[in-house]
Every structure is written in C-alpha cells, then in structure tokens.
Design a protein around this ligand. Structure first.
Ligand SMILES: [Zn+2]
Length: 138
C-alpha cells in the first residue's frame, strides 16, 4: 500500500462544538470508521490500515484540545448513516441531528435562534514548515 499523502484539517467553522464535530467527521471519513468508538477500538487493536490512515492526518494540539473539550457530544457523531451536531445560534445549545436540523430552535422554549449543522473539516495538503534559514554561516 502506497503511503498516504499527509493532510491537515481546517475546521468549519473555526471554533466551538461545530468545529470539533467537523474535525471528528473528517477523521471518521478518512479512516472509514462509523464512530469514534469504532475508531478507538481499531486503534487499540492496532489495525494497520487504520493506523496508516490516521497517521496521515496531521491534527494540531489545539484541534485535539477542541475535540476533547466537546468529547461528550462528538461521541455521538456517526458516518453511514451520518449524524451531525447542530448548534442554535440563539441559545447556543447543541444536539445530535440526522439530516436537516429544524429551521427554528426546539431546544429552548421561546428561542428565536436558528440551528446550524456541523459539516466536515476541509482537508488541505500538509506542508511542513520550512526550516528556518540558518544564520549566515561564515
Ligand atoms: Zn436556541
């Protein structure tokens, strides 16, 4: 199996639970795992295909922290059939949705907010930071 080209992820949006969800969805799709639970099980079992796919994704420390800080909700993300996280822009409450979230908030009575749905983080080719040019050696 040819080595996979390393990619880094760009969460959509940039922060919050939907960003964490977009990172997890991208990881699940990359590894063809149905859930984080299944992905962790494959890692524990040292499945070489999964390890190869997972190590080809460069996840930054901030992104890992973001995923961890929303660990309780991203645990519900699934692929095939896909579930997403929806967050209300009014009250900020999150829930798990399959398909299209309701147009109006149903999480807080009287809230006029509109829920937004998590997507998948953008995969961008990973470019290692160029090593610092050495000071003029002479
Ligand atoms: Zn709301």
């Amino acid at each position: 199996m040819a080595a996979l080209k390393p990619v880094s992820l760009q969460p959509v949006p940039a922060e919050g639970p939907l960003a964490a969800a977009s990172l997890v969805t991208a990881l699940l799709k990359r590894c063809a795992s149905k859930s984080l639970e299944e992905l962790y099980a494959s890692v524990r079992a040292a499945d070489p295909k999964i390890i190869a796919k997972l190590t080809s994704v460069v996840v930054t420390e901030e992104q890992l922290e973001l995923i961890e800080s929303h660990g309780d909700i991203v645990a519900y993300l699934r692929t095939g059939p896909t579930t997403n996280i929806s967050q209300c822009d009014g009250c900020g409450k999150t829930t798990v949705v399959q398909g299209t979230p309701p147009k109006r908030c149903v999480l807080t009575l009287g809230c006029a907010g509109a829920p937004a749905k998590s997507g998948e983080a953008k995969r961008i080719p990973f470019v290692a930071e160029a090593p610092e040019t050495p000071a003029e050696a002479e």
